[in-house]
Ligand binder design. Structure first.
Ligand code: NAD
Length: 295
């Protein structure tokens, strides 16, 4: 059984680490939030007081951090992973971050004699708890194969997308589609309300018609049709609107750099910006329906 360091025990990292523990691995976690460390210990993990404390002696380091700045700080800065990890250790970064950040940290890790893959996920907190996440993975074949047994404990679908950074490229494209499709579904329900069409009836028809998509059938933005969707618990996340805005901005940055035309992605980023500035940042991203209703 491996000695695993797990950095970032939040909404996603907490349940992902718990699945590694369930499989019998020794998982030493670090998170600056004390309550997250306590949950990790209750799940059978050990809690460290610092990154260094978690990474010391680890075979594998898994990180699930909010942004590229957090990832850069955790790995590269003084007292971070690079300084402490044993040579040959394997790093698996599951955070959603910029393609260039992933390549920079990944290339620096490889140059220093470590393995590194970018392995962002899709599937939300439900998928993290159930161990059914989709991993989109960038990196060398040998590193991906070394990581696969650990990824398989946390996810169901593992796709090797290509070299370093391509996992993040896949994630950014996927989440741009998701942000746009959530706004489209929410607009459909708002229009239905104005036309006197019952929300459940629209769901019964559209979920079996060409308007069907994940935003409708898993995270339906009105309460009722999908009992597990955040709309039924006053839009508690789930996937926070602030995180969706971060991903839409990453997609716009990438589109500018690559010269891709993404007009709906740009519009989605603007709408989520307004929603977050008006108190929606910590609510689930499906709460965008409130903005569209004019609230
Ligand atoms: P979160 O805010 O719940 O968790 C992040 C955790 O990282 C927090 O507990 C924070 O205290 C911790 N942290 C910050 N700096 C740290 C450091 N230096 N060392 C250790 N821990 C540190 O966020 P989340 O929802 O778990 O998302 C994490 C990542 O996963 C993000 O990049 C997000 O975009 C991505 N993601 C989230 C979802 C989702 O549904 N929530 C789905 C797919 C991908």
């Amino acid at each position: 059984m491996a000695h695993i360091a797990f950095l970032g025990l939040g909404n996603m990292g907490g349940p992902m680490a718990a699945n590694l523990i369930k499989a019998g691995h020794s998982v030493v976690g670090f998170d600056p939030v004390e309550a997250s460390l306590e949950r990790h210990a209750a799940a059978g993990g050990s809690a460290a007081k610092s990154i260094a404390g978690a990474v010391d002696g680890a075979d594998v380091v898994v990180s699930m951090l909010p942004t590229g700045a957090h990832v850069h700080a955790a790995y590269v800065e003084q007292g971070g992973v690079f300084a402490v990890a044993r040579k040959g250790a394997l790093f698996i970064d599951c955070s959603t971050i910029d393609v260039e950040d992933a390549r920079e940290v990944g290339n620096a890790a490889k140059a220093a004699g470590f393995g590194f893959i970018d392995a962002p996920v899709s599937g939300g907190v439900g998928g993290a708890a159930a161990g059914t996440l989709t991993f989109m993975v960038g990196g060398d074949e040998a590193d991906v194969e070394a990581a696969r047994p650990f990824l398989e404990l946390m996810g169901k679908t593992i796709v090797h997308a290509g070299g370093l950074g391509t996992g993040q490229a896949a994630k950014i494209c996927n989440n741009m589609i998701l942000g746009i499709s959530m706004i489209a579904v929410a607009e459909g329900f708002v229009l239905a309300e104005k036309l006197g069409l019952d929300a459940q009836k629209l769901y019964d028809i559209s979920s079996k018609s060409s308007g069907q998509c994940w935003s409708m059938t898993s995270y339906c933005p009105v309460p009722g049709p999908v009992p597990a969707s955040p709309a039924n618990r006053d839009y508690a996340p789930g996937f926070a609107a602030a995180m969706m805005l971060k991903d839409l901005k990453l997609a716009q940055d990438a589109a500018r750099t690559a010269g891709a035309s993404t007009p709906l992605g740009a519009q989605a980023a603007q709408l989520y910006q307004v929603f977050c500035q008006n108190g929606g940042a910590a609510t689930d991203f499906s709460g965008i329906i409130k903005l569209l209703r004019g609230a």
